[in-house]
Design a protein around this ligand. Sequence first.
Ligand SMILES: [Zn+2]
Length: 257
Amino acid sequence: MSLSPSSLFRCRRPAPRVTVILIFALLLFGLLAGILPAAADSPLASVPQGTVICLDPGHPSEVGRGTRGRQTTEIRVAWREALLVRDRLERDGMTVVLTKSRINELVRNRQRAETANRAGAALLVRLHCDAMGGSGAATYYPGRTGTSGGVRGPSPTVMEQSRRMALLFHHAMVRRLAPALRDRGLHTDASTQVGSRQGALTGSIFSQVPVLLVEMCVLTNPHDEAFVTSPEGAARLAEAITAGIEAAVAVPPSAPN
Ligand SMILES: [Zn+2]
C-alpha cells in the first residue's frame, strides 16, 4: 500500500506530538517523583538553621541507672542514640546540646531541664528505654502541672507547646519504625509512676522549654533489644527520632519566620 505525501503527513503528524507529550509527562513524573517525597517527607526545608535541640540521654540520675536487657543497658542505648541523633541533626543544620558529657556522668533530672533552659532549646528530648510487658516506642509529655522540690511546673504555655510537639514527634517517629518497632502510643507524664505521684515528671516540671520523653523500646523484650542493639536498628531508630524532632520544630510554610 502506497501512501500519498498528504496521507502520510496526516498519519504521521500525531505521532511526534504524542511522543513529545509522553516524553514531557515522563520528565514531569520523574521530577515530581524525585522532589515530592523529599518535600513531603522532610520538614527540614522549614526547620530554621541553627534551631537548638537539647538531647537528654537518660540515666544515671537520682532515680537510678535505668533498666537493662540481656546484653545491654538503658544507659548505653540512650547514649548511643543521643550521639547518632546529634550527628543527624547537626548534618541538617541544627545546634545540639547534650545534658551530659560522658556516658556514666550522673545528672539529676532537674539539671537536665536546666541545661535545656539555659540553651534556650526549641525542644528538650529525653531518651529512655522501658521495662515492662509489650514492645515498641512510646512518647510522654506533661499534660498537667506537677510539683517537685517545692517548684510547680511546667507553665501552661510549655504544656501546650509540649503537647503539640509530642503529637508531631510521635507520629513522624512511629511511621518510620513500622513494622520493625511497634507504636505504644502517646501519653501524658501522669501515666508514669513518677508522674502519677508528682503530676508531671521532674524533667518536665523544671523545663521552661517544650519537653517530651521517648521510651524508645522495651529493653526487657528480646525483640526490641535485638533491634536497638543491631547497627541497622540503632541507625533506623536515630533516623526516626531525628524525623520526629524535625517534624516537631518545623515552621509551617505559611507562618512568618
Ligand atoms: Zn529510664
